[in-house]
Write a protein that binds this ligand. Sequence first.
Ligand code: SF4
Length: 471
Amino acid sequence: MTERICDRELHEECGVFGVYGVPGAASLAYYGLHALQHRGQEGAGIVTVDEQGALRRVKGEGLVTEVFTESKLAGLKGDMAIGHVRYTTAGGGGIENVQPFLFRHNSGDFALAHNGNIVNSALLREYLENKGSLFQSTSDSEILAHLIKKETKYRDRPRIFAIIDALNMLEGAFAFVIMTANRIYACRDKYGLRPLSIGRLGDGWVVSSETCAFDVIGAEFVRDVEPGEVVTIDDKGLRSRDYSMYKRRQMCSMEYIYFARPDSDIEGCNVHAYRKESGRLLYEQAPADADIVVGVPDSSLSAAMGYAEASGLPYEMGLIKNKYIGRTFIQPTQELREKGVRMKLSAVRTIVKDKRVVLVDDSIVRGTTSRRIVTMLKEAGASEVHVRIASPPMISPCFYGVDTSTYDELISARKNVDEVRREIGADTLAFLAPEALLKAGGRQELCMACFTAQYPTALYTEPADANKEKK
Ligand code: SF4
């Protein structure tokens, strides 16, 4: 994706992971979180439960490999763990917002980790603060914990009922894993916006935002957590409860288009296969008279393969990404950039020279990176660049935990397709139609709100407010 190679324009939300009943759970969580690293690079944490039922936590800012050392993992004993990788969404950055959150309470300690965004968080926070809650962080994820704690005033009632009552007060997108001294709860929002899957590992269980983490640790996929469902995992095995009768299947389409790893399956559909099919549909919808097809590494390569296959044009490595650019790499100054120093992506001159190139990318957010890539290909000798985008024009911000920018920053919210084409310097430009997003995955429903402005939930804010405050 273009956004991956320059200043990122589009950011993932977060990833959650859980292990139940497997010795050395912290190490497995470490590998699981590492496989989910693409979902958040700003912080990571793991909480475990030891044999005495004590919850222990290690968390920090940075990549999984930066936060955890062997000695830190060795201190996290037990066969239960939950973990989290974070990209800053609602609530901002800072160590206090790195999850899992850990709560000490006389009704029993518990930890929780969250992926998504609660759209009625401001209202709930005010309600809870008026009732005496003291928040440790500015993250909206902490709200669920306070709601659960508030509902545990009926001390003889099993905690699952407090969790169900609390989940019913939340509106928005979420996949939660909650861990007590003897069980893990996994739950998804009733709209099905965020993914969460369950796997089997030996006699134990694992829970993950994406199935790619199961393959890494040798676990077998069992099933997805359903929208509006809470799955309890303990020594009795798996138990399921619906906390909501209202259920939709409006998975975030950006999971398929961009966020998820190509080796993950989301609700029965492999992400690489989805992207490839979207590339085929893109060709059917917008063929180009060209010589070669080039994809923008990494997330657009599958769509580019699909486009090439459908068109019969050769798929070529016209762009190469430097994999070794770390977060602390010293970026070239404007002056050096003007001299042609490009660190993250290079055009392969001998491949693209004198060629009419179809450039396949997964989305256009602000347009600045697309313009840089088109310019780079032309400077490397491409005679024409036909840009094909494997998603519709992005016209509306996301309120569900994806940092898609404000209306003012979204180029397609302000300009029509031809104006965008001129802005990025392409010879032709075409986007995929919204219906093709459903067709590519054989789905009846998806959240496509950033392309259609049809939001599946109430927003508790005017969409125009997104210009004032990034969600
Ligand atoms: S608005 Fe867009 S990014 Fe946000 S959940 Fe819906 S499809 Fe995903």
